[in-house]
Design a protein around this ligand. Structure first.
Ligand code: SAH
Length: 346
């Protein structure tokens, strides 16, 4: 096997075998990395030109009933500061975001019992009533088929639920026993079946992760065919049992972004905040490796630092207007342009 041949195959056939993916992940040279990222960047340019879609992220709650071992807002972290936004605060974020050019609002949060179907559906309906030209994306964890259905009927367009890892045994090392790969996987297929533009995704460099796990993550993306894929490096949080684990690397995250772009040419692929956190130019490098989306934070300033999934998260001190201005300049600096558009999957 040879890295260049695998890259060519990804470029022309948009696929590779599990063995080829593992070989590439374990043996890729710096020159091959450069080639792979260039090919992925060209592929993204063919589909999206130099246009970057923006999504306004509203972090609606830091309460969570779950206990994911890697996450800073896990239930048993008693040092986490908990907050939840009111409907009025969420609508205020949307108003500000709309004026700044956002046409997608993403409501993300811990699995907070306060946000019942009734509460979330009411907020979704109100956002869609006020901003009929906008997409509403939810990222509120595993809520079950009936709940997903109600949210969809209320008008939610998209749902982000990272699969985290497509290996049941690895999944069990990152989550407590009540959370299973089986249910995560099932939830993603339900979301697709219900007509959500669905986002899967995983952390790069999470504890115990192997190249085989990453190959399985890529093959799962090929099987599920999600419209979106969120990937970023794992970053330890000081109040979790993984506090001393190393963070995922810039290089490996860029390699995975590039492979995903070549395997799924039209997929919506964000350069994530976590990528911007491990390297000052992380998001720019993500775009240059095939990403086409950025997700600036629209959450109210006073709560930003409390949605702490991992340490040193960037942009926690900025206001929404500053965030978008900073990102626009960053994108311009590499020849890209942020656009005001819903940016649906085509
Ligand atoms: N409760 C929702 C939203 C989770 S937060 C859900 O279950 O989908 C969004 C994502 O942040 C998670 O899916 C996870 O991949 C990522 N994340 C959590 N902790 C992290 C960490 N320590 N480092 C990097 N990413 C992390």
């Amino acid at each position: 096997m040879n890295g260049i041949d695998i890259i060519r195959r990804l470029e022309t056939e948009h696929t590779a075998s599990r063995e080829e993916l593992i070989f590439l992940l374990e043996n890729i040279t710096p020159e091959e990395q450069t080639l792979l990222r260039e090919k992925a960047c060209e592929q993204a340019k063919q589909v999206f030109d130099n246009r970057i879609y923006i999504r306004g992220l509203i972090e609606i709650s830091s309460y969570c009933k779950n206990n994911c071992y890697y996450c800073g807002i896990r239930r048993s972290n008693h040092n986490a500061v908990r907050y939840r936004l009111t409907k009025e605060q969420i609508l205020g974020c949307c108003q500000q975001g709309w004026a700044l050019g956002f046409r997608t609002f993403v409501m993300q949060g811990g699995e907070d019992a306060y946000f019942t179907d009734e509460v979330v559906c009411d907020i979704v309906r109100e956002i869609k009533r006020r901003y009929p030209d906008c997409a509403v994306t939810l990222s509120l964890g595993e809520r079950g088929y009936e709940s997903f259905k109600r949210l969809r009927e209320a008008g939610a367009d998209r749902y982000l639920l990272r699969h985290e890892t497509a290996d049941a045994a690895h999944y069990a090392r990152l989550h407590p026993p009540e959370l299973t790969w089986k249910n995560r996987r099932q939830s993603l297929f339900w979301l697709k079946e219900l007509g959500f533009q669905t986002g899967a995704g995983f952390m790069v460099g999470s504890p115990y992760q192997t190249a085989g796990n990453l190959a399985d993550d890529l093959l799962f993306i090929q099987e599920l065919q999600p419209q979106m894929c969120g990937i970023g490096p794992f970053i330890p949080h000081h109040d979790t049992g993984f506090r001393d684990e190393p963070a995922g690397t810039l290089e490996q995250t860029l390699t995975l972004l590039a492979i995903i772009r070549l395997m799924q040419p039209r997929i919506l692929l964000p350069a994530t905040t976590a990528l911007g956190t491990i390297h000052p130019k992380g998001r720019e490098l993500g775009i240059l490796s095939g990403a086409n989306v950025v997700m600036p934070n629209l959450s109210p300033g006073e709560h930003r630092k409390d949605y702490a999934l991992y340490d040193n998260k960037i942009c926690t001190g900025d206001e929404a207007a500053e965030c978008i201005r900073c990102l626009s300049l960053r994108m311009q600096s590499i020849g890209y342009q942020i656009v005001t558009a819903r940016g649906d999957f085509q």
